[in-house]
Design a protein. Structure first.
Length: 308
C-alpha cells in the first residue's frame, strides 16, 4: 500500500466522524424549540428558561475556554462581546422562541432557517458580494418556501398566526446581521472564549428581563429543570463543541450542507414529542429552504454576477 493510499484511508474515517459530529450538533440545535415548548407548557416562563440555559452554558464554556484566568486576560476584548453579541443572542432567542406561542415548532424552525438567504441579500445590498444567478435562485427558493409554508398574503390560505410568522422571520433577519458582527468581535479569540462571553451576556440581559417581568420561580417541576439542563448542556455546550470539531475537519461548505438536517430533525422531533402534525405544506416549504441553503454553499467554478 502506498503512502497516498494509507493517507486516504486514514482521512476517510476522520471525514466520517466529522460528518457525524456536525449532524449530531445540528440535531442538538434543532431540538431547542421542542425542549423550550415542553418547559413552558409545564409552567415555566420563557425568560426564566433561557436565562438558566445561558447561565449554565456560560459556566461550562468558561471552564472549557480556559477558566477565570483566560477570562481576565481577555476581559477588555470580551466586554463588547458581552454587550453586543450577548444582547443580540438574547434578542434573537427571545424573538424566535416567542413565535412558538403562535405557530407550530416545525414552521418556526423552517422560517428561522431562511437566515442564509437574508445573509445573501444583506451582503448584496452592502456591496460586499455580488448577487449572482446562483444566489438569486437560492433567494427565490427561500421566498417560495416561506410562501408555501405560511400562504400568500390575501389568499386566506394561511393557517398560522401572522404575528408568529413575523417574529420568526424577524429573528432570522437579525441572525443574518448578527453573524458578521460576532465574527468581527471574536477574531483572534478562541471560539470557546467568544461563546463564553456571548452566553454570559445573554444570561445577564435575559436575567434582568426576567427579574423585571416577575422574578424567578426557584421551585419548578422536575421536567422544567430537565429541559433547562438539556438546553444548556446538550443544545448549547455539546452542540457547540461538536460543531466546531466537525467544522475544523471538513470545512464550512460541507458543514453548512450537512447542517440542513437541523430543521428537518427539529420538525420531526416536534411532531413526535409535542404531537404537532407535520403538515405537507410545512415539509414542502422546508425542502425549498434547505435546497436554497445547499445551493448557496455548493461552490462553482464560474459564478457570473447578475447584479453588481
Amino acid at each position: 500500500m502506498t503512502d497516498a493510499s494509507r493517507s486516504e484511508g486514514a482521512a476517510t474515517p476522520a471525514v466520517g466522524r466529522a460528518t457525524l459530529l456536525v449532524a449530531f450538533s445540528a440535531c442538538c440545535f434543532g431540538s431547542i424549540a421542542t425542549l423550550v415548548t415542553v418547559a413552558t407548557r409545564a409552567g415555566a416562563r420563557l425568560s426564566e428558561v433561557l436565562t438558566w440555559r445561558y447561565v449554565i452554558a456560560a459556566v461550562l464554556l468558561a471552564v472549557i475556554g480556559g477558566g477565570a484566568s483566560a477570562i481576565r486576560r481577555e476581559a477588555r476584548r470580551g466586554l463588547p462581546i458581552v454587550v453586543l453579541a450577548g444582547g443580540g443572542q438574547a434578542v434573537i432567542a427571545g424573538l424566535s422562541l416567542s413565535a412558538l406561542r403562535y405557530i407550530p415548532a416545525a414552521t418556526m424552525i423552517f422560517l428561522f432557517y431562511t437566515y442564509p438567504a437574508w445573509v445573501t441579500v444583506i451582503s448584496a445590498l452592502r456591496g460586499k458580494e455580488a448577487l449572482t444567478g446562483r444566489r438569486l435562485l437560492a433567494l427565490v427558493l427561500s421566498l417560495a418556501g416561506i410562501g408555501v409554508m405560511v400562504g400568500l398574503p390575501g389568499t386566506g390560505a394561511s393557517s398560522v398566526a401572522t404575528l408568529g410568522v413575523l417574529l420568526a422571520l424577524a429573528s432570522a433577519l437579525l441572525y443574518a446581521l448578527y453573524i458578521p458582527m460576532i465574527d468581527r468581535l471574536g477574531r483572534g479569540l478562541p471560539p470557546a472564549l467568544t461563546a463564553t462571553f456571548t452566553t454570559a451576556g445573554a444570561a445577564v440581559i435575559l436575567g434582568v428581563a426576567a427579574a423585571v417581568s416577575g422574578g424567578f420561580a426557584v421551585r419548578q417541576p422536575p421536567i422544567v429543570w430537565a429541559m433547562t439542563f438539556g438546553l444548556a448542556v446538550v443544545c448549547t455546550v455539546i452542540a457547540f463543541i461538536c460543531f466546531l470539531r466537525g467544522l475544523a475537519a471538513i470545512g464550512p461548505v460541507r458543514t453548512s450542507i450537512i447542517s440542513t438536517v437541523e430543521p428537518f430533525w427539529g420538525a420531526l422531533l416536534a411532531s413526535v414529542v409535542l404531537a404537532q402534525p407535520l403538515a405537507a405544506r410545512t415539509l414542502a416549504g422546508g425542502i425549498l429552504v434547505a435546497a436554497a441553503v445547499i445551493i448557496l454553499n455548493v461552490p462553482q467554478r464560474v459564478d457570473t454576477p447578475v447584479v453588481a
